[in-house]
Design a protein around this ligand. Structure first.
Ligand SMILES: [Zn+2]
Length: 370
C-alpha cells in the first residue's frame, strides 16, 4: 500500500504541479544546481526521483493476466473462493521495496523509535519541511540517494551510506546528527547544514591521513617527504573562477612547497625568531599544508589583509569556491597556528560549505588532533 500511496502522491504532484519546489527538481533546473561543478551524481534524476513508481508500473501486465485467470475461475465458483486466490498475486507487488513513507510526497516525519531505510536503487526526494525527531532515524543505504529541496529539522539521526544532495535553498538544522559513512564526496551540498556532522574515522594511505576523503596535514598528521608535486588542478581552477567572479587579483604569495623548501624555510625562521615563535606561524617540515598542493597564501601575508577589501571578500565568500580560511582567529589552541587571514585550504565547494557553516575549524570538523 505504501508504494501505491507514494506513487499516487508523486504522480498527482507531477500532474498538477503540487510540489511547492517543483521548479527546483533536477529535471527542470539541472544547471542552477550544478553550478558548483559538483554533480548530482544520478544524472538520470528524472527516473530516480520517482523510482518508487517502478514496482507499481509493472503491476498492470501480470495483474491483468491474473484477473483473466481469476475471472475464468470465478464464474463457476462462489465468491468466497475468489478472495483467497487474489491475495497471492497482489502480495509480490506490495513487497516493501521502499520503507520510506512519504505522506504527501513532499516531506516526512520520523518519530522517536522509527528507523526508515532507503535501500540501494531507491531515491528519496524531500521538499517541504521534514522532521526527524529525537530517537528517530533515516538511513540512506549504500546505492540509495536522498535529494533535499526543503528543510529538514533533524533532531534524530540521518545516516548517509549512499548519496545526499542538498539544493541551494534547502537546509538541515537541529540538534541531531548526520553520519557520513565513507566519504564527504557522498554529499553534494549547495544549501546550508548546521546540524552536527559525524565524519568517518581517519584512515592512513601511504603515510597520508584522510578523513572521509579529506587530506589532513597539521602538527599531528605529517606527510611523507616525497609527497606532492605542485598545486592541484582543483585548487587552480577554483582560484581562477574566484578571481574572475570577484574581480580581485588574489595573488599567490606562497603556493606549493616541497619538503626540502619547507625544511629550509622553517629553520630559517627558527634562526631568526627562535623555535617557540617560529612554530606558531611556520610548520615543521612534513607538516605544512603547503606541501599538500591544496593550500595557498593569497594577497598579503599580514594580519592587516583581513581588513582589506580583498581580504574581507575572501573571508566572506571563499567557501562558495571551495576554500576555507584554514587558521581562523582565536583558534590557535585547536589548529596550532595563529590567525592567518591569507592562508586558504581547498576542500571543494560542497565540503568547504559544510565546514564553513559548521563554524568549526577543520580539525574540529574532522575530529582530529591539531
Ligand atoms: Zn600558508
Amino acid at each position: 500500500m505504501k508504494n501505491k500511496f507514494i506513487a499516487a502522491a508523486v504522480i498527482i504532484a507531477m500532474t498538477f504541479g503540487l510540489c511547492s519546489c517543483k521548479e527546483q527538481h533536477p529535471e527542470t533546473s539541472d544547471n542552477s544546481l550544478n553550478e558548483s561543478g559538483a554533480n548530482w551524481t544520478s544524472g538520470d534524476s528524472e527516473g530516480s526521483g520517482f523510482r518508487p513508481t517502478k514496482p507499481i508500473s509493472t503491476e498492470p501486465n501480470p495483474a491483468s493476466t491474473n484477473e483473466s485467470t481469476n475471472s475464468e475461475n470465478s464464474e463457476p465458483i462462489d465468491e468466497p473462493i475468489e478472495e483467497p486466490i487474489d491475495e497471492p498475486y497482489v502480495e509480490p507487488f506490495e513487497e516493501p521495496d521502499t520503507s520510506i513513507d512519504i505522506p504527501d510526497g513532499e516531506s516526512i516525519r520520523i518519530k522517536s523509535g522509527e528507523d526508515y531505510i532507503a535501500k540501494s536503487g531507491e531515491t528519496v526526494v524531500l521538499c517541504g519541511t521534514s522532521e526527524i525527531e529525537e530517537g528517530g532515524s533515516l538511513t540512506i543505504g549504500s546505492g540509495a540517494e536522498l535529494l533535499v529541496y526543503g528543510d529538514i529539522n533533524l533532531n534524530g539521526t540521518l545516516e548517509i551510506g549512499g548519496e545526499m544532495s542538498i539544493a541551494k535553498t534547502a537546509s538541515i538544522s537541529g540538534s541531531g546528527r548526520i553520519i557520513v559513512e565513507d566519504s564527504f564526496n557522498q554529499i553534494n551540498c549547495d544549501g546550508h547544514v548546521t546540524a552536527t556532522i559525524v565524519p568517518p574515522h581517519p584512515i592512513e594511505v601511504d603515510g597520508v591521513t584522510y578523513v572521509g576523503g579529506v587530506l589532513v596535514a597539521n602538527k599531528e598528521h605529517s606527510l611523507p617527504e616525497n609527497y606532492g608535486s605542485g598545486l592541484t588542478n582543483g585548487l587552480c581552477s577554483a582560484l581562477e573562477k574566484m578571481r574572475d567572479e570577484s574581480g580581485y587579483s588574489f595573488v599567490i604569495m606562497s603556493g606549493f612547497r616541497s619538503y626540502e623548501v619547507q625544511k629550509n624555510l622553517f629553520w630559517s625562521y627558527v634562526e631568526r625568531d627562535g623555535y617557540d615563535n617560529a612554530i606558531t606561524y611556520s610548520a615543521y617540515p612534513g607538516t605544512s599544508e603547503h606541501q599538500t598542493g591544496l593550500a595557498v597564501d593569497l594577497g598579503w601575508v599580514d594580519d592587516r589583509y583581513a581588513y582589506t577589501e580583498e581580504g574581507m571578500w575572501l573571508a566572506k565568500n571563499c567557501q562558495d569556491y571551495g576554500f576555507i580560511i584554514r587558521y581562523p582567529q582565536g583558534k590557535q589552541h585547536i589548529t596550532g597556528y595563529i590567525y592567518e587571514p591569507w592562508h586558504v585550504r581547498y576542500l571543494g565547494k560542497s565540503t568547504a560549505k559544510l565546514v564553513h557553516d559548521s563554524g568549526l575549524t577543520l580539525e574540529e570538523f574532522l575530529r582530529v588532533e591539531g
